[in-house]
Design a protein around this ligand. Sequence first.
Ligand code: SAH
Length: 348
Amino acid sequence: MSQPLVGMDLADLREALGPSQPRYRAQQLYEAIYRGEASDFVQISTLPARMREDLAARHVLGLPEIARRYESLDGTRRYLLRLDDGRTVETVLMPEGERDTICISSQVGCPVDCKFCMTALLGLERSLTAGEIVGQVLLVARDIRLKKDRGLRREGGRLNIVMMGQGEPLLNLENVVKATGILLDPGGFGLSPRRITVSTAGIVPKIEELGREPVRPKLAISLNASTEESRRELMPITRKYHLTDLMAACRAYPLRPWEKLTFEYVLLKGVNDTDADARRVVKLLANLNCKVNLIALNPGPGIPYETPDPQRVAAFQEIVRRSMPCFVRKPRGLDIFAACGQLKRVEG
Ligand code: SAH
């Protein structure tokens, strides 16, 4: 089968071209794939025709196919992408003023089983390859460029990437690190490390592993509860990775000078949204260099919880905000099932 080029780093490309080729050829190919306009590498004009033919015999560019595009009234776009093996996964684009945020997936489905999340209902089908992770970004960046008639390179400066789509990124760490390495490489896609965030349900040993990576995205932790007991109920993964160990890993996490940890907290009416919960969150996060993002539950079929009233959300925020930065995340793309916790490949 033809091997995809998207997802290969410079070393992989050198190997793909073979030892007889000068090193700068791999560099040219690398730039063309991650910075260029080529939607097909046969068009890469910097490479000799003969080399392109050789490549074409053994490789494909390997971008996923856009199976469907759903457009929300608020401008959010949800992409249903078809992968090589016919499986589908979702990517969401959230335009906001001059900045675009792309929410990408790390796995098809998810093994974590959070009780408030629709992706959990899919179970895990498989992990995405590094190429499928990078491919989501390239595809959506190209789609924006087509709409706005702008160069891909310029687009790179205005993009935020969040790995908060389907899947648990830290259970696919190797591919996630390879993919983010390509996105962060100044010679590759060229994204700033301030502009890419990976979110985890709290896989403690993998948090430690990520912290040891010299090149890495920012980290967000889905806290979602203020006590061990309630977290265990809402996020069964906590039975394996206890809240106390998670907090210890967060305290030991080697933040860069400009960096803060982000904690996400889904508010569920009458379950984890009381003033006492808010005070316990403040206590848990005391002395951490962090900010908190509150998300009022996005409801969905099969989810046994309700969304708290806006006043309750505001009261919760007020308590946390006295001690640390705390924001309420605006739901995006609710009408097309594109919001947090709604990625389940539903039609509509
Ligand atoms: N598995 C990773 C990546 C997914 S991020 C993680 O857990 O962090 C998805 C974010 O959306 C998480 O912070 C999660 O807590 C939140 N979320 C899940 N279901 C939701 C829902 N129904 N409404 C609002 N937020 C939800």
